[in-house]
Design a protein around this ligand. Structure first.
Ligand code: SAM
Length: 213
């Protein structure tokens, strides 16, 4: 789902630091060969998150929801050498595509995949992480957020994708479980006085969260 006008987004991308050519190839391969390619986060979100990763000088990144490895790769590209991206997914087939493309990139060696249900994988993780991207099953977003916050470094940032859910979250008549879950996590974050947040209307909505003093 693209909330902004395509022409405007293309112009924004033309003036932004964008994911690499290998990322473009991975994006195109996924679109042509993998079911549900609409799940890809896309270059505009990639550029936005890449900017944040670079500005906070992130060293360790956690991703919940790898799919074909597009977002893991663009995040790895913006990490300094010695940094790492740990990415969690349940699907061995789609992540195999990711691994093939990561192997073609000089940044691929920064990425480590953990296969399995993400809530179980969280139990194996040691923090701190400087940046966390939550982009998996919507029903678990609140669980993922709470666990991510426990592992977050003091100045770390958590990004939650699809937080506009094609605009459905803003229509209170929409009561399907994913919409309700996405509203719930956004309400939880907003209710916490020790958190600062901004929901950006980029693509399908990206909610950024950081601790405040
Ligand atoms: C929206 S896609 C991720 C897209 C990816 N971040 C990108 O833009 O390149 C969501 C992914 O979450 C994974 N997923 C769904 N439920 C999961 C679970 N319980 N544990 C781990 N991964 C899960 C799916 O297999 C799918 O690959």
């Amino acid at each position: 789902m693209l909330i902004s006008d395509k022409k405007i987004e293309d112009y924004c991308l033309s003036k932004s630091t964008v994911p690499s050519k290998i990322c473009d190839e991975l994006f195109e391969y996924t679109q042509n060969n993998v079911e549900h390619s609409e799940m890809l986060i896309g270059p505009m979100v990639g550029s936005t998150l890449g900017f944040i990763i670079q500005s906070i000088k992130a060293k360790r990144i956690l991703e919940v929801g790898s799919f074909t490895g597009y977002s893991a790769l663009f995040m790895a590209e913006r990490l300094s050498n010695g940094g790492e991206v740990i990415t969690l997914d349940i699907n061995p087939e789609t992540t195999k595509v990711g691994q093939e493309f990561w192997n073609k990139s000089p940044h691929g060696k920064k990425i480590k995949l953990i296969l399995g249900p993400a809530l179980e994988s969280f139990a194996k993780l040691k923090g701190p992480f400087d940046f966390v991207l939550i982009d998996a099953d919507k029903g678990n977003y609140l669980n993922y957020f709470i666990k991510a916050l426990e592992l977050l470094s003091p100045n770390g940032v958590i990004a939650l994708d699809n937080t506009l859910w094609s605009g459905r979250v803003a229509d209170l008549n929409e009561k399907d479980p994913d919409t309700v879950a996405l509203r719930e996590v956004a309400n939880f974050i907003k209710s916490k006085a020790d958190l600062s947040s901004v929901l950006l209307p980029i693509r399908d909505g990206i909610l950024l969260v950081q601790r405040r003093d």
